[in-house]
Design a protein around this ligand. Sequence first.
Ligand code: UD1
Length: 345
Amino acid sequence: MKQERILVTGGTGYIGSHTVVELQQAGYPVTIIDNLSNSNADVIDGIERITGIRPDFVEGDCTDIDTLRRLFETYPDIKGIINFAASKAVGESMHKPILYYRNNLNTLLNLLDLMGPAGVKGIVFSSSCTVYGEPDENPVTENAPIKKATSPYGNTKQISEEIITDVINAGAPFKSVILRYFNPVGAHSSAEIGELPNGVPQNLIPYLTQTAIGIRKELSVFGNDYNTPDGSCIRDYINVVDLAKAHVIAVERMLEDRSDAKIEIFNLGTGNGVSVLELIHTFEEATGVKVPHKIVGRRAGDIEKVWADPAYANEVLGWKAETPLADTMRSAWAWQCRLRERGIM
Ligand code: UD1
């Protein structure tokens, strides 16, 4: 077991839980803080079943600075933070902007405020390809221009990146790695953890797997009149375990001072653009399960096409998204079937 403890905020959530598994498997002691607003404490059991180690868990809200202060006192060995604690539904953020700004920004400010005095060496921040808006060209590199955010959710990601930059440029005694995710999908190969959306899913894969298992009647494909080969939107779907592994590398890079830069930004994607219709086809081929679907009108605010140029992350982090999309689709399906077995969905 390593000496440096990693604090994972939002560690019972979708990407957080997969990252906790990878951290533990790399030998790091982990403390999770999560307010369970969009996840369940059972996730801790799933993590323990995979790794044989139960991460320490604090039920609490990172927007409350006193809770965080106590946490840093309890765990003086925290040397790295991976911050997943945030609200993430684009549509909801349009109706509840204050909630989004408060949760996402206060959490970050509190962490940045306390981590220096607590002796933490670095923070990994979950950002999103949403900062590029509709990119002028694909694949998108880290140097592509930032476009005006189209939702409060997207704006919190942009503002958060600026806050981190300002704080570090002002001489803060720690580093940051900002990771811009493309579209994270799939589940752990054990099917012990995965994505568990609340209510009707807004994202493609949970809607697709819920349709495949019969919870939803049919999947709506939002538009087939885009300027793409088959007319449906193109995204870069990245396996969540591949994504989680990049976080371990990123946090280690700061702990071991492997870079002179105090802030680094990486795109995390596969480099492959896949359309909605291609994705449905890949799922059907990989699982042998049909997905009833129909073409409907475009969804307001959707980007036509965006996929990553992951070359910088590949070179500098020595990381690559390796899981074939078909395997990722099988993992998403296995997870959906496990939820059914457990009577959850
Ligand atoms: C959105 C956000 C992104 C955020 C991500 C995860 C934007 C521009 N992007 O990504 O910042 O990180 O959610 O919360 O706001 N689709 C269907 N039918 C469905 C659902 C989706 O056809 O029922 C299509 C969409 O039109 C899109 C693709 O599937 O082309 C992926 O959609 P989704 O999973 O919602 O992710 P994004 O919109 O790409």
